[in-house]
Write a protein that binds this ligand. Structure first.
Ligand SMILES: *Cc1c(COP(=O)(O)O)cnc(C)c1O
Length: 454
């Protein structure tokens, strides 16, 4: 328990903290829940109320909160070295982790560039791809193909390759222009591609091919969230989609940047999402799950082909001039290594099919509700899209904040949830038990019924 009273903590928050993605006038209007503890799949507030963490500490938590093994690895590392630098020095933990990451990464990825968050991991990928083509004597390859509904982070470069108008439009004048491909969401019939029978899915890929045909010569890379577009609304790609994108990139001599910041580290059922399609991207961005939700850390992985283009005499200026102060922080790397150890000792990936099968079955059953327009899932990711009128597919107007209201109701059912617009997100720690998963889905269903009336 904190020494300060709940009232004091609330007052300090509302007086001094500016929250992300939050209308602060609303925030200041009611007392916030103050989280002070975590235990397994649960977070606990300053009054001792427990909430099942349905969003895994914003898509980062893997093995549950406060896992003893990771706590101890961090404590051991703190007593040895808190931070050094990778500028001019090597480090024990970052070296070890790089080797471990390459051991589990898609075949062909061989080099690790560290940073501290998902946005930087993607920006590094963008800059790497850009400079790569300069060294390959193809300086005209300067453009990027991005997708509608994509989310790659909130720094200027990452927003440039993003495609969510609600978040990104206000910054348009600051952004570099990209070539925009349709979302793998069925963009004509507005159904998830898995249920689409009108051939939109083929059209999405056809459109991408047309864009590559027209712009491939000037394009450095395609930037994609493999298998699932996360913040865009948990939009799941149909099987074969990513594989085809890889083929098209090969055909038009364009690099593929896979942003696995959300889906990496087991979330879709395999260690990395690309592995389900037998795809090796040229560049892969990792963050959220990398330290199992403990500390900020990110890595941008690439191939020997990309890496070696940067080798040369110093005066040739082929160096990759990029770096962050806390690059390869040893405490964060130690947490990441402990997490990978737990994947093995808990046999975590092999325990997922039972949970993902149950999640799928419960989500499918929600289609019966008159306010549920679509359910989407991939591994341990789920999205429940609420609609005002099921027959016409008319969405809830965004001003009604239906997602927020359902998630608020969910607190009365012992859950913490965070929606994406009208989509209720299911993204629990991977280590969640079957009982807890049942509790989570019971609470979500009850909350939807209470708020929408069905
Ligand atoms: C969260 C996220 C990012 C950004 O990561 P930050 O650590 O918040 O900067 C990038 N890409 C994807 C797919 C994400 O889900």
């Amino acid at each position: 328990m904190s020494e300060l009273s709940t009232e004091t903590l609330r007052a300090y928050d509302q007086r001094y903290v500016w929250h992300p993605f939050t209308q602060m006038r609303d925030w200041e209007a009611e007392p916030p829940v103050v989280i002070t503890k975590g235990e397994g799949s649960w977070i606990v507030d300053s009054d001792g109320n427990r909430y099942l963490d349905g969003v895994a500490a914003i898509w980062t938590n893997v093995h549950g909160h406060c896992r003893r093994e990771i706590n101890e690895a961090i404590k051991r590392q703190v007593d040895r070295l808190e931070h050094s630098t990778l500028l001019g020095l090597a480090g024990e933990q970052p070296s070890l982790l790089a080797k471990r990451l390459i051991d589990i990464a898609p075949e062909g990825l061989s080099r690790v560039f560290y940073s501290d968050n998902g946005s930087t991991a993607v920006e590094i990928g963008i800059k790497m791809a850009f400079q790569y083509w300069i060294h390959r004597n193809r300086p005209e390859k300067t453009r990027f193909i991005s997708f509608k509904n994509a989310y790659h982070g909130d720094t200027i470069g990452a927003v440039s390759v993003g495609g969510i108008d609600l978040f990104h439009e206000v910054f348009r004048p600051l952004l570099f222009p990209t070539i925009l491909a349709p979302s793998p969401y069925c963009y004509r019939c507005e159904l998830s591609p898995a249920r689409c029978s009108t051939g939109c899915r083929r059209e999405c890929l056809q459109k991408l091919e047309e864009l590559l045909e027209e712009h491939g010569r000037e394009t450095a890379a395609v930037v994609i969230e493999p298998l699932v577009q996360g913040a865009g609304g948990m939009i799941v790609q149909p099987p074969g989609y990513l594989h085809r994108v890889r083929e098209l990139c090969n055909r038009y001599d364009v690099l593929l940047i896979a942003d696995e910041v959300a889906v990496g580290f087991g979330r879709t059922g395999t260690m990395f999402a690309c592995q389900q399609e037998g795809v090796t991207p040229d560049i892969m961005a990792l963050s959220k799950g990398i330290t199992a939700g403990y500390l900020p850390l990110a890595a941008t992985l690439t191939t020997e082909e990309v890496y070696s283009a940067f080798l040369g005499e110093y005066r040739e200026l082929k160096t990759f001039f990029h770096g962050h102060t806390f690059t390869g922080n040893p405490i964060a790397c130690a947490a990441a290594i402990a997490s990978l150890d737990l994947f093995a000792s808990d046999d975590l990936l092999n325990k997922l099919p039972e949970k993902t099968g149950y999640l799928k079955q419960r989500l499918e059953a929600l289609r019966e509700l008159s306010s549920v327009g679509d359910v989407r899932y991939c591994g341990m990711v789920g999205g429940i899209e609420l609609v005002k009128d099921k027959r016409s597919g008319e969405p809830y107007p965004w001003e009604e904040r239906i997602g927020v209201r359902v998630c608020r109701e969910a607190r009365n059912h012992g859950l913490f949830l965070r929606p994406l617009g009208n989509v209720i997100v299911v993204f629990p720690p991977l280590a969640i038990s079957m009982d807890e998963l049942g509790f989570l889905l019971d609470g979500i269903e009850a909350s939807i019924r209470v708020v929408t009336g069905a």
